[in-house]
Design a protein around this ligand. Structure first.
Ligand SMILES: [Zn+2]
Length: 146
């Protein structure tokens, strides 16, 4: 059952630059990246909240997020570090009601730029999106290190 944009992506009816597809979860490039290499990891089955996911899928979700993290590090996109972020519930800025983990590469000294991007995202979540070709290029680079 497709209930949201992430269900459409998981079902292949909406475009996405896929990094990895597992048995129960999917990793793809965020179309509104806060930083280059910003990946989202979602369970394929729709669930709004983390505690509603099947435990096996929840395990694969975290395993995949850490594999994305390792690939980002190896690719040089997240040489200095990364933020893993899960907003659970609309009061916590969960804009799409389908569980997702943000993996956001960080580099030393990016603080101001990142904060500016965060604010922009809060104000207009459907604002400027990255070009598909650029997302594909970065997804390919991450896949190479997966
Ligand atoms: Zn969904």
């Amino acid at each position: 059952v497709r209930r949201c944009i992430f269900c459409d992506i998981a079902g292949g009816t909406a475009a996405a630059s896929v990094v990895y597809r597992g048995e129960t979860c999917l990793a793809f490039m965020d179309v509104h990246p806060i930083r280059q290499g910003h990946v989202l990891v979602i369970p394929i089955e729709h669930s709004a909240r983390l505690d509603e996911i099947d435990p096996r899928a929840r395990q694969e979700l975290l395993t995949t997020a850490s594999r994305v993290l390792a690939a980002l590090r190896k690719s040089g996109l997240a040489r200095d570090g990364a933020n893993l972020l899960l907003n659970d519930g609309s009061a916590a800025n969960q804009h799409v009601p389908h569980v997702h983990i943000h993996v956001i590469p960080r580099t030393r000294g990016d603080r101001l730029k990142t904060i500016a991007c965060f604010v922009g995202r809060m104000l207009n979540v459907f604002g400027r999106s990255a070009k598909r070709a650029e997302l594909e290029r970065v997804a390919q680079e991450i896949r190479r290190h997966f």
